[in-house]
Design a protein around this ligand. Structure first.
Ligand code: ZN
Length: 255
């Protein structure tokens, strides 16, 4: 398999504005994630909100197999035409991994068909147990059946998403809530993985098991060589002899 080309996109605002976050991610969350993906043999670029076109030019996206998205406080600052550009690339086959509060991003809402991104949340730094509920899934390769995260922001159900095509992880939180923390969907030719852990004041992306999940997810979301599909009015592949008297087709459906 050729080298997977990953672009890690980050708002890159918390790390600049808050010392507590800068201490955990001195080079930004994007570079922390980028570094362990490079170590895994991937070809990594990074892009951030304040770059021209948010760093997501046509050329960058055409050169990207899998895009990773971390955003939290500035979803509204992402320009609609860039969202549309990313959306089209996903339909054409680019993988997308949406992390943590990326559930409220424009691109995730557009792909999911829901505008709310609603869930419960609480910043108490409570314990989480992340359970692999589909242990045979490629994203679970090499993991234990559960990962204990000592301190994390709680996200709780109900999470307003369409039913996932594949449910990979479910979390329990010390306060009693549960959450669908790892979910897969297919849109067009693209694969999407939502993975919840990663609140910026805890060193979540430094955890080897969390890194393993993200590496596995990039491999899962990577585009395959897939058939070109044609849509619309079409000629029969095999000759059709049986004509029904008086029926000449359905002009109303022609494009
Ligand atoms: Zn958070």
């Amino acid at each position: 398999m050729s080298t997977i080309r990953v672009t890690v996109w980050n708002e890159y605002l918390h790390e600049i504005q808050f010392d507590q976050v800068a201490k955990i991610y001195p080079n930004g969350i994007h570079n922390c994630i980028g570094d362990f993906l490079k170590e895994a043999g991937m070809d990594v670029k990074t892009a951030t909100l304040r770059m021209p076109e948010h760093g997501l030019t046509e050329a960058v996206l055409q050169d990207t197999d899998v895009l990773i998205w971390w955003g939290h406080m500035a979803h509204h600052e992402v320009a609609d035409d860039i969202v549309q550009r990313v959306y089209q690339r996903v339909l054409d086959g680019m993988g997308l991994i949406v992390l943590h509060s990326g559930h409220a991003s424009k691109i995730f809402s557009k792909l999911m068909g829901t505008n709310s991104g609603n869930l419960k949340w609480r910043e108490d730094g409570e314990k989480e147990i992340l359970w692999a509920v589909d242990p045979g899934h490629p994203i679970c390769e090499g993991l234990d059946e559960k990962i204990i995260i000592e301190h994390e922001e709680m996200y709780g159900e109900h999470f307003d998403i369409p039913q996932p095509d594949e449910q990979v992880f479910i979390s329990w939180f010390a306060g009693g809530e549960v959450f669908r923390s790892g979910c897969c969907w297919h849109r067009g030719k693209g694969r999407i993985f939502y993975f919840r852990p990663g609140h910026e004041v805890f060193p979540i992306y430094h955890m080897p098991q969390i890194q393993k999940i993200i590496i596995n997810a990039v491999k899962w979301a990577c585009p395959r060589k897939s058939p070109d599909v044609t849509y619309g009015n079409t000629q029969p592949i095999v000759s059709v002899d049986s004509k029904v008297e008086g029926v000449t087709g359905n002009p109303g459906l022609q494009e």
